[in-house]
Design a protein around this ligand. Structure first.
Ligand code: ZN
Length: 93
């Protein structure tokens, strides 16, 4: 899995998640308002076959911080994987 953040200035930076927290840390960007380098994630949506996108807000001051993307290793694509995980009835033929 690969995390990245596209900040409001349009630049993309590496990001990291520590443990199972809902906070993503950026390695080369700090909030211009409060200098925090952690962001909180909103609801994820599927952007492409292997990428989720989530709105991000600063963990320090709550300012919008752009978008976080999570690229995952998927065999069949995220929509198919989620369908399997959610147990949708499927027909193979
Ligand atoms: Zn901030």
């Amino acid at each position: 899995m690969t995390w990245s953040i596209t900040t409001p200035d349009g630049k993309t930076h590496e990001a990291k998640r520590w443990g199972e927290t809902a906070i993503i840390y950026t390695t080369s960007w700090n909030c211009p308002a409060c200098n925090t380098n952690g962001v909180r994630l909103g609801a994820r949506t599927i952007e492409s076959r292997d990428t989720y996108v989530m709105p991000a807000v600063c963990d320090g001051c709550g300012e919008p911080s752009g978008e976080v993307r999570l690229k995952v290793d998927t065999l069949f694509g995220l929509e198919e994987d989620e369908a399997v995980l959610l147990g949708r009835a499927r027909v193979y033929g």
